[in-house]
Design a protein around this ligand. Structure first.
Ligand code: ADP
Length: 595
């Protein structure tokens, strides 16, 4: 059992490593896919934000130009009047409304007047149709009064207001007069909005166009008359301008940087959360003589409808795939470990079994050795009483035979046969015991001489043709090898039916690994295939041998002796009838193994 443990521990370690590797590879692949998708998504987002910013910036520029052009046209129309009346102003500005100019609060004609001329100015414009005009000068002059006004929202008329109170408006007016062109003011809160509820107040700005008298018939022809001032609320302006192009996809902030720190003058904030991953785009928008900053931020709807969130899907899919892969690997490694464990258990059981068998075999051998030793001792001890029995039987035969009657003679014959049989058995038993226990001397043995001597001796028993071939000199114990050849040649003659002359042939052939294979072939009764393996067991006599004397020990003795020479024995059918017994012996004393 124990040798399996380290192997199993290594297996568990390998399984753990495999699982960790699979997890790492799965997560790394997922992370890479997710990062790639995330980057691609961010790129798309950044591009989309850039495109939006360009569109919005162009929309604002176009709108500002339209406002400036409209104001220039209106200023030209006002300047073209020889003597401007309130009614003409109303007619000129009739086409101007909030639909055409989103965010506009009102359009005023502004005239400058020093303190001394305020009353005269009010008088003059009342005569020109602004009957309810009341100028409301603030501070010391010169004042800049809105003498005519077209209100474009519900916050009331600006007529009579003194715009000189607003430095931003004054600045823009001065710049317009000096530059002869439309200007835009810095961001501020309109004077007319100071009465509004706080939540309705917005940061605003004004477009200013200089008005010059252009009619040749006018008394002030060619001179500067005043300003046309268009108030615009930043928030309303921005909402109208960017509503379409920004929608709920981006948040837009317009900042006026002309006062130092950029001041957010208008905001477009859809009710959708921002997506900070796209960053913030800022660009400059030229508005008349100044530049505003346009800040655009993506909302989470910027890429709505496209494949956003793919990185999260990739994580999810990757995690699921990794989990599946892990489960699969775990199944494979557990099955493998289980199989390995079973193999370990089976191996251990087999090893136990082998050990048990070896133990049984060892005991059997020990018993057999004891038995053989015992048989040897018994046989040896039986020899002298048997010799005496035979001696007396011989004595009776020789000295008292004449005095015996027939029955006694028959008994004597039976006694002699039994004693003879017993002698053979005792001799065989002693040979068997000797073959097992006798100390061996390994010397060169001339097999040819040995076989020839045996053939000669055996021919005395019964006429037989024994042919001895070219036999070699091999290494072995001469006494034991003599017993082998004697048994085989003796059997070959004995197991040939009495009506046939035994024809025996002894031959040897070199075989692989430095050994000889010697064969003794006969033309005897042969051995059936099923009995061939058993004939070498002690006391085994197979079918067909009933009529032949024997103890069943001869081949067991041969087997023992050849085993001790590290050889093998066997029997094959002789192709020409009968049997061929064979054994192998070493050609050289140094060859140890049996083949
Ligand atoms: P046994 O004393 O009976 O001859 P062996 O061990 O020599 O004992 O032989 C065992 C059995 O093998 C014999 O009883 C016989 O049946 C068979 N046998 C041995 N040699 C031959 C042979 N040459 N031809 C046929 N049968 C044989």
């Amino acid at each position: 059992m124990t040798p399996g443990k380290p192997a199993r521990a290594a297996g568990v370690r390998r399984s753990a490593v495999a699982l960790v590797l699979v997890a790492l590879v799965g997560l790394a692949g997922t992370a890479m896919a997710a990062i790639a998708l995330h980057n691609a998504e961010r790129d798309r987002l950044t591009r989309a934000l850039g495109q939006r910013t360009t569109i919005i910036s162009q929309a604002i520029s176009a709108e500002v130009s339209r406002y400036a052009n409209s104001l220039t046209d209106l200023a030209a129309a006002v300047g073209a009047q020889a003597e401007l009346e309130s009614a003409e102003f109303t007619a000129i500005t009739a086409g101007v409304d909030r639909r055409r100019l989103p965010g506009a609060t009102g359009l005023s004609l502004v005239i400058q007047a020093p303190d001394a001329q305020v009353a005269a100015l009010q008088q003059r414009w009342r005569q020109r149709g602004a009957t309810e005009l009341t100028l409301r000068p603030t501070g010391s002059g010169p004042h800049r009064f809105a003498v005519l006004d077209k209100s474009l929202d519900d916050t009331g008329s600006s007529a009579g207001l003194d715009l000189s109170r607003s430095t931003q408006a004054v600045e823009a007016m001065n710049a317009a007069e000096a530059g002869h062109r439309v200007t835009v003011s810095r961001t501020y809160r309109l004077l007319k909005d100071s009465d509004l509820a706080p939540e309705r107040r917005q940061l605003s700005f004004v477009f200013v166009a200089p008005v010059y008298a252009t009619s040749p018939g006018a008394p002030d022809s060619g001179r500067f008359r005043g300003w046309l001032v268009l108030g615009v609320r930043g928030g309303d302006f921005l909402s109208e301008v960017v509503a379409d192009s920004a929608g709920d996809r981006v948040a837009v902030t317009l900042l006026d940087g002309s006062t130092g720190d950029p001041l957010p003058m208008a905001d477009w904030r859809p009710e959708v959360a921002l997506d900070p991953s796209a960053g913030v785009r800022e660009t400059e928008v030229t508005v008349a003589q100044r530049a505003w900053t346009l800040r655009v931020e993506a909302t989470q709807r910027l890429l709505a409808g496209t494949d956003q969130g793919l990185d999260k899907v990739a994580w999810l899919v990757g995690a699921v795939l990794t989990a599946l892969l892990l489960a699969l690997t775990a199944t494979v490694v557990t099955s493998r470990n289980r199989a390995l464990r079973r193999v370990d258990e089976a191996t251990a059981a087999l090893r136990d079994d082998i050990e048990r068998r070896e133990e049984v075999e060892r005991r059997l051998r020990q018993r057999e050795t004891e038995l053989v030793g015992f048989a040897g001792v018994v046989a040896h001890d039986l020899r002298s009483p048997l010799a005496r029995i035979m001696g007396y039987a011989d004595f009776l035969q020789e000295e008292a035979y004449e005095r015996l009657d027939d029955m006694q003679r028959d008994f004597l014959a039976r006694l002699r046969t039994g004693a003879d049989h017993m002698r053979v058995l005792i001799d065989d038993l002693l040979d068997y015991a000797t073959a097992e226990n006798r100390a061996m001397s390994t010397v060169p043995v001339d097999l040819h001489r040995l076989a020839s001597e045996i053939a000669r001796e055996r021919s005395g028993d019964r006429p037989a043709e024994v042919t001895v071939g070219e036999l070699p000199t091999v290494y072995g114990d001469p006494t034991l090898l003599r017993q082998v050849l004697d048994n085989l040649i003796g059997n070959a003659i004995k197991y040939t039916p009495a009506d046939r002359e035994p024809c025996v042939r002894v031959d040897c052939y070199p075989v692989a690994a430095g050994r000889w294979r010697c064969e003794v072939s006969d033309n005897g009764i042969g051995i059936s295939e099923k009995d061939r393996a058993a004939v070498f067991d002690a006391f085994t006599r197979v079918g067909g041998s009933e009529n032949f004397p024997g103890t069943g020990l001869g081949l067991a003795i041969v087997h023992r002796i050849i085993e001790r020479h590290h050889g093998r024995v066997g029997v094959d059918p002789n192709p020409s009838g009968g049997s061929t017994f064979w054994f192998t012996v070493p050609e050289d004393a140094r060859v140890p193994a049996s083949h």
